[in-house]
Ligand binder design. Structure first.
Ligand code: GLU
Length: 307
């Protein structure tokens, strides 16, 4: 068995909030309680969505919360050459092809839970426009996996997403390709992240299979939702984490993760909270929850002056 390696892989689209903290904590505690490594990777491959300085803010707030990662922080953009190489390999193997469809061309195609289902228009040749995307060829075989928390999952990519994009028309590398490439390169053995990313896992498993990569285990934790049922995010008004409230916020995160921290932990030292959390970590306490109600923690956050 390779040594346990986990990771936290935020995109620098804004400051971390309570929802991102839950993913960071769960992946960290899974790794630390297994005596494994935990890596921090900034997924900075989509400049139009990024916020200048967010990468430094993310690193600083994780430091302030007492996270300790192994090795230097890695930046996904540094791997661009390898991403391109992998795309070329798929093209040479005729597993990927250029697609000239514009957004307008795809406006009327059927949509499913994963978004527009690509009908395969350019499979047999594209209209040689200047700007092309690269899509990976899918098939109707089921892609299945057993999630560490959510149980058995399955998708048939050809009908649920269609051939999906691995390089965008604007020249940027698509998330699925980059995440698969970097998890493999960093020898990640378990991916712990929010359940909102679970439906992208079959596409990632599929790419790993095409590229001959070993698949990590996947474990998706419930996301925190507001009263309107929306995922807590910058867009839905999640306040940024604050360094001076690290202990209270961390204790609240452990509570949200179902760990039942003792009440006086929040007033203790950060290192004592982490010691307790690593010793008592039990991922299975998250099983029965599908979503964590933000209202409970928003109230606590307001009391603590968080919002
Ligand atoms: N970079 C992605 C995000 O911030 C997460 C990628 C992953 O954990 O696989 O949403």
């Amino acid at each position: 068995m390779p040594p346990y390696t986990g990771r936290f892989a935020p995109s620098p689209t804004g400051p971390l909030h309570f929802g991102s903290l839950l993913a960071a904590c769960a992946s960290y505690l899974q790794a630390k309680s297994a005596g494994g490594k935990w890596l921090l990777r900034i997924e900075d491959i989509d400049p139009p969505r990024e916020q200048p300085g967010a990468d430094h803010e993310i690193v600083a707030i994780l430091e302030a919360f007492g996270f300790e990662w192994d090795g230097p922080v890695s930046y996904q953009s540094a791997n661009a050459a390898r991403h391109i190489q992998l795309i070329e390999r798929l093209r040479l193997d005729r597993l990927a092809y250029p697609c000239s469809c514009s957004r307008k061309d795809l406006a009327g195609v059927p949509r499913g839970p994963l978004g527009a289902i690509y009908p395969g228009t350019c499979r047999n040749g594209n209209r040689s426009r200047k700007r092309v995307a690269i899509r990976v060829l899918t098939n109707s075989q089921p892609v299945a996996f057993d999630d560490g928390l959510q149980g058995h999952q399955m998708q048939r990519l050809e009908v649920e997403s269609g051939d999906f994009v691995i390089k965008r028309r604007d020249g940027l590398i698509a998330y699925h390709l980059a995440v698969v490439a970097d998890d493999e390169q960093q020898k990640v053995t378990e991916v712990v992240r929010g359940i909102d990313l679970m439906d992208s896992t079959p596409r990632q498993l599929y790419l790993q299979a095409l590229l001959g990569f070993a698949a990590p285990r996947y474990l998706h934790i419930p996301v925190i939702k507001n009263d309107a049922g929306q995922k807590l995010s910058k867009q839905t008004g999640a306040p940024a984490l604050q360094a001076d409230l690290a202990t209270q916020t961390l204790a609240a995160a452990l509570d949200a993760l179902g760990q039942m921290p003792p009440q006086d932990l929040a007033s203790g030292r950060l290192c004592d909270i982490w010691d307790w959390a690593i010793q008592n970590w039990d991922i299975n306490r998250l099983v029965s929850q599908t979503a964590i109600p933000w209202s409970k923690y928003a109230l606590a956050a307001a009391r603590n002056g968080l919002s």
